[in-house]
Design a binder for this molecule. Structure first.
Ligand code: HEC
Ligand code: HEC
Length: 352
């Protein structure tokens, strides 16, 4: 049973590769074949901001309204206003935005983020609907239906009039009225780190630590976005938050330093003992059901045989040394855990 997901994964990979290789034009050891022009055409459907790739066709606002009721309204609402399935598509667009090309709502305290208020390019709206909608039957619309759906959405936002026909030519005029056409930000997704991008792909099959030290950093503008990470570190485990405080007045970031104090071996073993249920019956210093662990340490001080003897006793259980109440066998305890816990007890059962 446990093997079948693994096998399914490998099969999926094999299929993915079989599908990708011919597309990339790589023929490996007789696997795959070159893609035919028709196959490439079927994949190559993207429409660029400059309308490269946009197929010829047309659709009216009125046709779009009919299509919308039939295939889109159930999820997006009759007027693209519904936010029960996802963010509303329509809203947040003012007449002024059509002039400025910058959706004012996006800079306000409570921005109305919709497909129409955000999209800088009408081609993207076209491409997205063509590629992905309706959600339950993507790529089922004809080219003219996509034009019609886009026309209807544009009309709902008063970008085009009710008698408008959208086609491969008029869509260029529409672009000049898009409410957020000047809202595109253009920057590299990669951070510049000492003259290099923050992702460096170096093929490495051995001694990789020498080739590329794995590290991460926060750019200055993001360092304090969630408060000082060091103060949010948990007190145990290997995860340490860097000190991301901005040094007062300087605007400079404090040097990264290990924030949380090292967790001692004693604290780790105490956690282990707690996890094994020992502390339900034993206090560190006080008697509960069984003796306090510091009392146990005191009793066996200087007794070289105590370590082994107590390991056996803890696992087997027993009574009579501290009173009549027996300790039940701690049978599930591994030898290694028994050794560590008894050692910790005999060393004085320190909490940290
Ligand atoms: C079964 C529900 C459903 C139907 C039907 C549906 N959509 Fe969607 N639509 C969604 C969901 C869910 C999303 C968000 C998907 C995502 O972001 O991954 C979405 C997103 C969109 C977006 C992008 C919104 C944005 O801001 O990113 C547009 C535009 C859109 N749909 C148009 C249409 C059109 C046009 C139709 C009809 C031809 C349609 N949808 C039919 C569920 C649906
Ligand atoms: C259900 C309660 C209970 C639990 C759980 C329990 N103990 Fe005990 N333990 C006792 C009692 C009662 C005694 C006293 C037994 C005796 O008098 O011989 C005792 C005695 C001991 C002693 C001293 C034994 C001796 O002979 O001096 C050690 C060491 C000890 N426990 C360790 C542990 C460790 C480690 C665990 C967890 C793995 C554990 N105990 C879990 C009840 C418990």
């Amino acid at each position: 049973m446990s093997r079948s997901p693994d096998r399914a994964m490998r099969l999926a990979f094999a299929f993915a590769f079989a599908a990708l290789l011919p597309m990339s034009g790589i023929a490996m050891d007789g696997i795959g074949r070159a893609a035919t022009p028709d196959e490439i055409k079927a994949w190559d459907i993207d429409v660029r901001p400059d309308f490269t790739g946009l197929p010829a066709g047309s659709g009216t606002v009125a046709e779009g309204e009919v299509l919308w009721e039939a295939k889109c309204a159930s999820c997006h609402g009759s007027f693209g206003e519904s936010n029960s399935v996802f963010a509303p598509l329509v809203g947040g667009v003012s007449k002024k935005d059509l002039e400025t090309g910058r959706s004012a709502t996006l800079a306000s305290d409570s921005p109305t983020r919709t497909a129409l208020s955000m999209s800088p390019t009408v081609s993207t709206l076209w491409d997205y609907i063509n590629r992905a909608m309706p959600w339950n039957a993507p790529q089922s619309l004809s080219t003219n239906e996509v034009y019609a759906a886009v026309a209807y959405l544009l009309n709902l936002s008063d970008i085009v009039p009710a008698d408008f026909t959208l086609d491969q030519n008029s869509i260029r005029e529409v672009q000049k009225r898009m409410p957020n056409r000047n809202g595109m930000v253009e920057f590299s997704g990669l951070w510049n780190r000492k003259g290099k991008s923050d992702v460096i792909a170096v093929a490495c099959m051995k001694d990789c630590a020498k080739t590329a030290a794995i590290s991460s950093f926060l750019p200055d503008f993001a360092r304090n976005a969630h408060g000082n990470l060091a103060l949010q570190s948990r007190e145990w485990g290997p995860v340490r938050g860097a000190n991301t405080e901005v040094a007062a007045g300087t605007g400079a970031t404090a040097p990264i330093k290990i924030a949380a104090k090292a967790v001692s071996a004693a604290a780790t073993t105490k956690k282990l003992a707690d996890g094994k249920g020992c502390l339900a019956c034993h206090g560190l210093a006080n008697k509960v059901v069984g003796p306090g662990f510091t009392d146990v340490a005191g009793k066996y001080k200087g007794d070289a045989a105590a370590q082994k003897k107590l390991e056996v006793k803890v696992k087997a259980g027993g009574a009579g040394v501290w009173g009549d109440i027996p300790m039940p066998p701690q049978a599930g305890l591994s030898d290694a855990d028994a050794t560590a816990i008894v050692q910790w007890i005999l060393n004085g059962a320190a909490a940290e």
